[in-house]
Design a protein around this ligand. Structure first.
Ligand code: ATP
Ligand code: MG
Length: 309
């Protein structure tokens, strides 16, 4: 079992003149396209986020991630699907510098943001570098007004004029927030609170937005709206890593997707291909009917089949 302080991967990537080279000198900053099992599949574009062979251990004993590879290419939406306890939130914590708060640590591997390692940086530095997240469970400040909630998202954004412009854009994207800007956020509906949580993350003007199960507990129509919002955020130039149990929404919105099981990426590829994959249709999309079936429904019974053999 991996314990102790962080140790770099065997073929530790090095940053050489903006290119990331693996230990054996290969350029791994722009991994080859499509479909490989390990989740490092990307398009022919530079990776904004590159997760390389990441292992995470909680409390020095419980290994939760077992060599995860994942890329988010510039300007793309990448979905990470997986059932309860697969390690999705743990991966987000490894990216955002929040593992330590939870008694966890990256014991192996690398997390690179535009080629620079995030390992060892604290959470505010990572936000300043351009990564914002919407945590699981719509964490808004119920006692603060909508506008005050948005302002809390701009704490790293020192550019005041820029922050005001971003706020105006958020009100344009979410008119309901603009209309009710001075009301307590606690009065918003679940869907509106999720919009506010996304808006608050956007106030940091991130290059990469991480979303942890934004559709959780929302009605199908609202889930569709959240999907539209993710598309819009992406169309405005932000790359997105979308963690979801709602495979239908996530595969509809994303360009690429990976499936995480027991801390390993077991399937990965273009979302259109995964949507057409028979196993995924049977297991996660409720057959050819494309119903609203999700991991949340299938997670209650044990897996009968494995993605990988
Ligand atoms: N702070 C912690 N200390 C010890 N174990 C933890 C901690 N946080 C999570 N775990 C364990 O790590 C595993 C992965 O948890 P994680 O929250 O990353 O899963 P998840 O895929 O986000 O699940 P869910 O869909 O339920 O949110 C689980 O077995 C969980 O019990
Ligand atoms: Mg989670």
């Amino acid at each position: 079992m991996a314990t102790g302080p962080y140790s770099p991967p065997e073929h530790s990537p090095q940053i050489v003149g903006g290119l990331v080279r693996s230990g054996d000198g290969r350029d791994v900053s722009n991994a080859a396209a499509g479909g490989d099992l390990d989740g490092s599949a990307t398009q022919q574009l530079p990776s904004v986020l590159a997760v390389r062979h990441v292992e995470v251990v909680y409390n020095g004993v419980a290994q939760v991630l077992r060599g995860v590879n994942l890329d988010v290419a510039q300007g793309k939406v990448v979905a990470l699907l997986g059932g309860n306890g697969a390690g999705k939130t743990t991966l987000l914590r490894a990216i955002t510098g929040l593992l330590g708060v939870h008694g966890g640590e990256v014991t192996k591997g690398e997390v690179l943001f535009n080629g620079q390692s995030l390992i060892g940086l604290d959470a505010p530095k990572i936000v300043s570098a351009g990564i914002a997240q919407v945590m699981e469970g719509r964490r808004i400040f119920a006692e603060l007004s909508i506008e005050e909630n948005l302002r809390t998202g701009a704490f790293t954004n020192r550019d005041r004029a820029g922050a005001a412009k971003t706020m105006a854009e958020i009100y344009e994207m979410f008119p309901v927030l603009g209309e009710r800007r001075s009301q307590h956020a606690g009065y918003l509906s679940g869907g509106e609170q999720q919009m506010l949580a996304i808006g608050r993350a956007m106030m940091a003007a991130p290059k990469l937005l991480l979303l942890d199960e934004p559709s959780l507990g929302l009605a199908p129509l609202i889930v569709e709206q959240i999907g539209d919002i993710i598309r819009q955020v992406n169309a405005n130039g932000t790359s997105v890593l979308l963690i979801e149990q709602n495979a239908h929404m996530a595969l509809g919105v994303s360009d690429f997707a990976s499936i995480l099981e027991h801390g390993r990426v077991v399937k990965s590829g273009p979302s259109a291909e995964l949507r057409a994959d028979k196993d995924i249709q049977d297991f996660y999309l409720g057959g050819a009917s494309e119903s609203e079936r999700s991991f949340a429904e299938v997670k209650s019974y044990r897996r009968k089949k494995k993605w990988s053999s």
